[in-house]
Design a protein around this ligand. Structure first.
Ligand code: ADP
Ligand code: MG
Length: 575
């Protein structure tokens, strides 16, 4: 194939300019964020330059000032940063999508401490979404630089002239479009600064009043922070909410840059766990109120902030979800959360148990949703249990107690560590449960989904020496089916699910026919009982479990499968 021509594609400014102005961002209000972040960059750059000894004299206190003029419908943002020379205005302002950030960082890399927000060289033009005219008045820090004035009415025509400006820095003045005059209202500006610029590292003033916090706790080193600092920050972010249970301070600079603090809130039944509450920042600039695309689904109920310049924020949501860095960030966050929980589990067990009620929901949700996370937490998932060191393993008042010298199934099993909360309730891991109950009900888990409604059944189990787990939180319904899949060799029985097979009253037993013997279950049990009783070595004691009428005949309640198993074992032994 013959190449006819090679060349560069050109853009016709008249046509593309309106598109950039109108469609670059959906929200007009973000123009303020862009102007203020340019001002912050200018101040950070000045710091970097002054560190390398290029600035004569003192750089002064950094400051950004917003001024509003209702009469003239103007808004201006001033900074005492690095300023621009006429050359720089031509280069960085007149060329759309040309940022100075990269060149600058390359030159002053040695001080990586100061972060530059700018990147794409598009932010400045967002002010044309709200302005009919934009002016720049600027004086560069460079020795001998002359102040310049630039203005543009939104057409691709600009005008550059001399300026009488004496102070180093830049003022951007917007003359607002008639339909955008809300931006001369101080209340509106205060609200926007709070929203987008609260944690920017430079004071932002309006009428002499400082509007922002300018302290981003997540940027600080965890070593310098106390619990109270984290709590205070949480209360600031989420006023009138209960204090969080625990938090994780995230910090990494490889393979991506990320800082953040994530909190586990106390869960309320009315909290929508599918809605994101984590605030996303990019170099301390607020980006969005949730980062549903960035953080793993199952961590959605967490709160706090994530700050990463490596999250592409100017792309569509679906592009974000498919972004490799974003996926890695999600994995990183999940791993850090798991690490923190494991650390708490090993080092501060009491605290871990204290917040398990709430944290457990996240953890289970995570294990359900994410295989990697599941592996990281499966050994620290706790279940509230009827087990307690002094009473559980021994049957309390068994209605059927079968003893023989050879049968050691009733012997106490050593308990291991007992995890108790402040109310004296006991918790166990699944592994501990299975180990502890190997002899009595190997690979068989009994659970209760409603403590009040199933209390009788729980008692029944307890009295037979069977340990029951409480699986009664709102996530447990899903979690049980998950466990059934995960542990296919373990049988999970709800305490009342054996009800159909339970011999409530021997005479009125629900008679299920055993296909092998063609006898009903109750007949079988009777037979087994009789067989057992006829053997002299065996001592069968029947005793009432519970009776509403202490004088009357107590109903004999036997969990049929369990009774059958034990009796079968017994008869086998005696053959
Ligand atoms: P970005 O911030 O991504 O670099 P912008 O379109 O926001 O892109 O700004 C383009 C360039 O204009 C910046 O890289 C910077 O060189 C220059 N600039 C904008 N605002 C200021 C300012 N207040 N002080 C100094 N330079 C500025
Ligand atoms: Mg910018």
């Amino acid at each position: 194939m013959t190449v006819l021509e090679q060349g560069q594609i050109t853009i016709h400014t008249e046509n593309i300019f309106p598109i950039i102005k109108k469609s670059l961002y959906t929200d007009h209000e973000i123009f303020l964020r862009e102007l203020v972040s340019n001002a912050v960059d200018a101040i950070q750059k000045l710091k970097m330059v002054s560190y390398s000894g290029e600035v004569d004299g003192d750089v002064g206190e950094p400051e950004i000032t917003i001024s509003l003029d209702k009469n003239n419908q103007t808004l201006s943002v001033s900074d005492n940063g690095i300023g621009m020379t006429a050359e720089e205005v031509k280069k960085y302002i007149n060329q759309v999508a040309f940022s100075s950030a990269e060149e600058f960082i390359q030159k002053y890399q040695k001080d990586a401490d100061q972060q530059i927000i700018g990147h794409f060289g598009l932010g400045f033009y967002s002010c044309f979404m709200v302005a009919k005219n934009v002016e720049i008045d600027t004086l560069s820090y460079q020795a001998g630089a002359e102040a310049v004035h630039w203005s543009c009415d939104g057409s691709p025509q600009f005008e550059l002239s001399e300026s009488s400006r004496k102070e180093r820095g830049t003022t951007i003045t917007l003359t607002l479009q008639d339909e955008e005059t809300e931006y001369v209202e101080p209340a509106r500006i205060r609200q926007l600064v709070k929203k987008y610029c609260d944690f920017m590292p430079v004071p932002i003033k309006l009428d002499g009043e400082e509007l922002n916090q300018h302290k981003a706790l997540w940027k600080q080193s965890p070593r310098d922070l106390k619990d109270e600092d984290y709590l205070e920050f949480y209360r600031y972010l989420y006023p009138f909410q209960e204090d969080p249970l625990l938090w994780v301070h995230l910090k990494t600079d490889y393979p991506f840059l990320l800082n953040g603090i994530l909190y586990f809130p106390k869960l309320k039944p009315d909290v929508d766990v599918t809605k994101g509450h984590i605030k996303l920042f990019c170099n301390q600039v607020f980006v969005s109120d949730n980062c549903e695309e960035v953080i793993p689904n199952f961590l959605m109920p967490l709160r706090g902030v994530i700050d990463s310049p490596d999250i592409p924020i100017n792309v569509s949501r679906s592009a974000l979800t498919n972004d490799r860095t974003v996926r890695r960030i999600a994995d990183f966050i999940a791993k850090k959360i798991a690490d923190r929980l494991n650390q708490l589990y090993t080092e501060q067990r009491q605290d871990y148990i204290r917040c398990w009620q709430d944290v457990g929901t996240f953890v289970k949700f995570g294990a359900l949703n994410n295989d990697k996370f599941k592996k990281q937490v499966e050994d620290i998932i706790l279940y509230r249990t009827t087990y307690s060191a002094d009473s559980a393993s021994k049957p309390k008042t068994p209605e059927v107690e079968v003893q023989s010298q050879e049968d050691d199934a009733w012997q106490e099993v050593s308990s291991g560590e007992v995890n108790q909360d402040e109310q004296g309730r006991t918790y166990t891991t699944l592994k501990e449960y299975l180990d502890r109950n190997k002899a009595k009900h190997e690979n068989h888990v009994f659970y209760c989904t409603d403590e009040a409604a199933q209390a009788t059944y729980v008692e029944l189990h307890k009295n037979q020496g069977l340990e029951v787990l409480y699986m009664d939180s709102f996530i447990d319904t899903h979690f049980i089916s998950f466990l059934e899949q995960e542990y296919s060799d373990v049988k999970f029985s709800r305490v009342d699910s054996e009800l159909d097979n339970t011999l409530v009253d021997q005479d009125k037993a629900a008679d299920i026919v055993d296909p092998k013997t063609n006898k009903t279950r109750s007949e079988l049990v009777k037979e087994l009982f009789e067989q057992a009783i006829n053997k002299s070595k065996v001592n069968v004691k029947t005793q009432a479990l519970k009776s509403d009428d202490p004088q009357g005949t107590p109903p004999a309640m036997v969990l049929l499968p369990e009774a059958m198993r034990r009796l079968q074992d017994m008869t086998a032994l005696l053959q």
